[in-house]
Write a protein that binds this ligand. Structure first.
Ligand code: ADP
Ligand code: MG
Length: 214
């Protein structure tokens, strides 16, 4: 199946054309239509199957489709377990949001905190973050998530393995927007901690499991 059959905005299709991918991967084919319909998702599929675009494309589409905004809070937060992963997701985001008003910032540990405070003051639409550092910024009130429209958890099982459950709960509470959509990706869906946090953070999610029997 091609990206053009998934209901994506023509502006996004143009950007995907530049990436020169022949077709959408299975997780992309399955998750993208569900996500752009506004539903929450709890999904697993193996490493290298293209999960990043499976959540970035619906997030960009939601920005294109949203009404002009009055709030200056971030509108999409993407959480990943490690700095390295956050950087990779951020790089992929930049291929999609270049030339749009939907700018983003990277909020990870090991980087200067005050520089991040300044970046957050510029009201980025997208925040790609590790949970620890984003929770620190919420504590410090350098950002607020009251207007958050989309919360994306990439590699949720690894975030939980790394002990980020308290930070995830803190971010979830701060981002309690009534129209918030949540997409959760995990290598496995049959882990007790994943099931628990999913039940707290997702609203009647569509379960998607590709390539293994989870
Ligand atoms: P995952 O998060 O599932 O491990 P990634 O999103 O990191 O996978 O994607 C793995 C690689 O596949 C990346 O280099 C990405 O650019 C590439 N990729 C993503 N979607 C497609 C596609 N539809 N066709 C070909 N390659 C793709
Ligand atoms: Mg990934």
């Amino acid at each position: 199946m091609h990206f053009k059959d998934l209901g994506l905005d023509p502006r996004l299709l143009k950007k995907i054309n530049h990436l020169a991918f022949d077709r959408a991967t299975e997780i992309q084919q399955t998750a993208i239509p569900v996500a752009i319909a506004g539903k929450d998702i709890l999904a697993s599929s193996k490493t290298g199957s293209g999960k990043t675009l499976a959540f970035l494309l619906p997030a960009m589409q939601r920005m294109y489709r949203s009404k002009p905004f009055t709030r200056r809070d971030p509108r999409v937060v993407i959480l990943t377990p490690t700095r390295e992963l956050a950087k990779q997701v951020f790089a992929q985001l930049r291929t999609l949001n270049a030339g749009t008003p939907y700018d983003g910032t990277l909020i990870v540990g090991g980087e200067n905190f005050n520089d991040q405070v300044k970046a957050l003051r510029n009201d980025p639409m997208f925040v790609v973050a590790t949970p620890g550092r984003l929770a620190d910024h919420l504590e410090h009130r350098s950002t607020h998530l009251d207007g958050l429209e989309m919360l994306i958890l990439d590699e949720a099982d690894r975030m939980l393995d790394l002990g980020f459950a308290p930070q995830l709960r803190r971010i979830n509470e701060a981002a309690n927007h009534r129209r918030r959509q949540t997409l959760m990706f995990s290598a496995t869906l049959d882990n007790q901690e994943v099931i628990e946090i999913a039940s707290e953070m997702l609203d009647n999610p569509k379960r998607i499991s590709i390539g293994h029997s989870a």
